[in-house]
Design a protein around this ligand. Sequence first.
Ligand code: HEM
Length: 363
Amino acid sequence: MPNDIPEPQAVDSPITRSVIFIVATLSAGQDHASAVRAWCADIGALVRSVGKRVPSGNLSCVCGFGSDAWDTLFGAPRPAQLHPFREFGPSERRAVATPGDILLHIRADRMDLCFELATQLTGRLGDAVSVVDEVQGFRYFDLRSMVGFVDGTENPTGREVPEFTMIGDEDPEFAAGSYVLVQKYLHDMTGWNALTVEAQEHIIGRTKLSDIELDEGVKPSWSHSSLTTLVENGEEVKILRDNMPFGRPGAGEFGTYFIGYARSPAPLEQMLENMFVGRPPGNYDRLLDFSRAVTGGLFFVPSATLLEALAERDPQAAGVNVSASEPPDDASASASASASASAEPHQEGSLNIGSLKGNRQYE
Ligand code: HEM
C-alpha cells in the first residue's frame, strides 16, 4: 500500500550552492537523551519554517546518528549494518575515525538559509550535545572540487538514486533509510599545484578542463576514478556524493568535505579500503599524497517518517539492554583495523549487490 511507504529524508536534494556540515557528540545523562529524542520530531517543522521564507532557496536537512548514539537514544531495534567508522590504511595515510554521534547535512542555495537553520537546530539542542566539527562549504565554479576537477559527474541519476541509496526489503524496519559516511580532508595545494595538469589528470582519472574519463589504456589503476569504481557481478555499485570545498586562504587551509550516501556501508568502506590500502594493497590513491583525512564518521539516516516517530522511543522504558544490542565485533574493528583489514567482515568480500535488486538479504 503506497501509504505505508516511509518518506525518505532529503538525501537526494538538488545540487545547491551552500552547505553546513555539523557533527556533534551526545552529552551524558537521560535528560540529554530525552531532549535529543524530542528534537527529532521538530526537525521537519524547523526546515519548513526557515525554508518557507525563501521558497526558491532549496533548503534541506539530513540528520544521521552514529552507532553508539543509536543505542543510547533509541535502543533496539537497530539498523542492521550500523557500526562505528572503520579505519583504513597505514599510519602515514590513514582514514581516521573521530568522535561523532549526530550528523547534520544542511544544504541550500544561500548560506543565510543554512546558517539560520543550523542556528535553530543547534539552539534547540542546547547542552544536550557538543558540536565537535562545523564546516561551511561552498560550490566552486562549475561544480569543481578544491583540487580543480569537476566533482560529482559519475553520481547515480534518476531511478538509480533510490536503488543505490535507500534501504528496502533487506532491513524492512529501516526502509527508506540510508547510511552516510563523512570525512574532512585538508589538501597540500602547493604540492598539488606544482604537478603538471597531465599528472593531476592521471591521479583523478579524468581530464581537467573537459571532465572526460581517460581512456582505459591511459588511466592508471591507482587513479581515484579506478579505485572508487566498484563492480560486482558485472554491474557497477554506486554511491551518491555531494562533496563541498571549504577553507580559509589566509590560514593556508584548503579542504574538501567528503559525504557519500549508500544503501549499506559496504561500498563506502570498500572504496575507502581501495583508496587508503590500495587495490591490490600498495596500489593506493595518489590523491592521498596531497590530501589528508582529519575526520571520519559513519551514520545511519532514518527515513523522515521514522525520524519523527523516534521522538516517542524510550529505550529505558522498553527495558532494552543497550549493551546487548551491540553487534559483537564492530567497536574493536573500528579501533584496531589494520592497514590490511577487510572492510567487510559481515559480507566476506562481497558487496552483496544482489540485495540491491531485492533478491538477496544482507547478512
Ligand atoms: C579528497 C577528497 C576527494 C576528492 C577531492 C574527490 C574528487 C573526485 C573527483 C574530482 C571525481 C571525478 C568526477 C566524478 O565522477 O565525481 C571523483 C569521483 C569519485 N569519487 Fe571522489 N573525491 C574525494 C574522496 C572520495 C572518497 C573518500 C570516496 C569514497 C569513499 C570517493 C568516491 C568517488 C567515486 C565513487 C567517484 C566516481 C568514480 C567513477 O565512477 O568514475 N571520493 N572524486
